[in-house]
Design a protein around this ligand. Structure first.
Ligand code: F6P
Ligand code: MG
Length: 479
């Protein structure tokens, strides 16, 4: 078993973001779940009081059961919040039929031996994954709420407000698609576009729309200049920038006629970020000759509030095609609506043809997907999720999106910032071509020169957690 030479982040350090998360952020997340379920239970109670005689006994019974079970969920969540605030023990995950009950409980026993099994003493990464697995048990143990996603409404609300950027990006893709023959013959131009795509996908993780650039048709004429300028403006925020190395890798793929060149996206958040992932995937497949298939890896159940579940994935496609989904926005024109429709219909075709697919739809799909809702650093992928690791060995590029994936890739330990990315990956390094696109939202950072970190510490104390800075980290396959 790989052991890093540094200790993991823990809320015991009061200066850490881990501490801030346990003391401030998690109670808010729990309260939001309580409020949300409470509101639904209240509405159902009102409705049931107004039931008329034409309501069948069955639906009456269903409603009553849903209300009762909702109250139990509220009680469990309230109890959890109480125990967390008092630094009490993390309780066993109940036998709810969901994945990894025994594994989480075995880890808990190990933590108990070290007296690290309370909310403020447990390792941050473990405790946070455990929290979402525990939430899952609240719903999994019911008859009526088993498929309920307590974060769905929040995810949708955020997405509704992204109309302007979504339609602008759709127009850009429309331009690119119509130029694809020329683009394929112009590698320099393709490289500039590739970087635009990487950065759109990267900043999509910050959900900070203001950082996105838009390419107008005339921009396409002057791509290199405009692209270079735009990238220059953002460059100081990308503290590790391996874009050129990824591009060199992708360009060298040159798949043989008829052979499949597969790219895997280990997804992070739903809504706008998922949209940017789909656009990047579309660009790779449609506008370059290097990738012919993309597999998207979602979470099997609601996770870290905003992460993509299979339901979110298909709902996103549906919402993008709905004429009434997005909030009104003056930047949306009839042309851009048309461009969006064309693009999303292409995605639907790709999904039908298997050019795009979800990991859950592969053979042994759940087995290849459950690892993302486990508590472990990705150092242990080979022993904990061998099939998944094997799958990635056949991939031309595996893209890990977002902050939590980065924490798991690096084990969420206190590496010195100048540690090479390859060292922080432990035994995973070199297993498959790996690209991590992450905006900084937690303490762990590697691959950044010490002097750059020192300067940032002076200039912007919260640079590791405020989402303004980012890391593009690439490591090819190999020894
Ligand atoms: O709660 C902490 C955290 O894990 C942070 O690392 C980050 O702010 C968030 O949750 C998840 O971010 P992301 O969606 O980018 O993985
Ligand atoms: Mg997330």
């Amino acid at each position: 078993m790989f052991q890093s030479p540094y200790s993991p982040y823990s809320p015991q350090d009061k200066q850490s973001f881990a501490y801030d998360t346990v003391i401030r952020r998690w109670p808010i997340i729990i309260t939001n779940i309580i409020d949300h379920v409470h509101r639904l239970v209240h509405d159902m109670t009102m409705e049931s009081q107004n039931f008329t005689n034409d309501v069948t006994d069955d639906s009456m019974r269903d409603m009553k059961l849903r209300i009762e079970e909702g109250k139990v969920i509220i009680a469990k969540a309230s109890r959890l919040k109480y125990r967390m605030a008092r630094d009490q023990e993390l309780e066993k995950i109940p036998e709810d039929g969901e994945f990894y009950t025994d594994e989480y409980n075995a880890e808990l026993e190990e933590l108990a031996k070290e007296m690290k099994n309370t909310w403020f003493s447990a390792l941050w990464l473990f405790a946070e994954c455990y929290l979402y697995r525990l939430f899952r048990s609240f719903f999994k143990e019911t008859a009526c709420w088993v498929d309920f996603d307590p974060f769905f409404a929040q995810k949708e609300e955020m997405f509704k407000n992204s109309a302007a950027a979504i339609h602008q990006i759709a127009t850009t893709m429309h331009e690119l698609e119509s130029e694809k023959e020329k683009l394929i013959e112009d590698p320099d131009k393709l490289f500039v576009l590739f970087k635009e795509m990487v950065q759109m996908c990267l900043w999509g993780n910050a959900t900070d729309l203001s950082l996105l650039t838009h390419l107008t048709p005339s921009d396409i004429e002057n791509l290199q200049t405009v692209g270079t300028d735009a990238q220059q403006a953002r460059k100081e925020f990308i503290l590790k920038d391996d874009q050129e190395a990824v591009w060199n890798h992708v360009q060298a793929l040159k798949p043989r006629e008829g052979a499949v060149a597969q790219c895997d996206f280990v997804l992070d958040n739903a809504g706008f970020e998922l949209f940017t992932d789909l656009v990047f995937a579309d660009f790779l497949v449609t506008c370059t000759p290097y990738i012919s298939k993309v597999v998207f890896h979602p979470k099997l159940f609601p996770w870290f509030v905003s992460d993509v579940t299979p339901t979110d994935f298909y709902k996103t496609i549906e919402s993008l095609l709905s004429p009434t989904f997005f909030s009104a926005n003056s930047a949306v024109t009839s042309e851009s609506v048309q461009h969006l429709k064309q693009m999303v219909e292409r995605w639907q075709r790709y999904l039908k043809e298997g050019v795009f697919c979800l990991s859950t739809e592969l053979e042994d799909g759940d087995k290849k997907t459950q690892f993302w809702t486990g508590p472990w650093p990705y150092w242990y992928m080979e022993e904990r999720a061998n099939e998944l690791q094997q799958w990635f060995t056949g991939s031309s590029l595996v893209i890990f999106k977002g902050d939590l994936n980065y924490r798991k890739l690096t084990g969420d330990v206190k590496w010195p910032v100048s540690t090479p990315f390859s060292t922080a990956l432990g035994p995973l390094a070199g297993s498959f071509p790996l690209l991590s696109l992450r905006t900084n939202k937690a303490d762990v950072v590697v691959g950044v020169p010490q002097e750059v970190a020192d300067e940032l510490d002076e200039k912007d104390k919260s640079w590791k957690v405020n989402g303004k800075y980012a890391l593009v980290s690439f490591l090819p396959k190999g020894p």
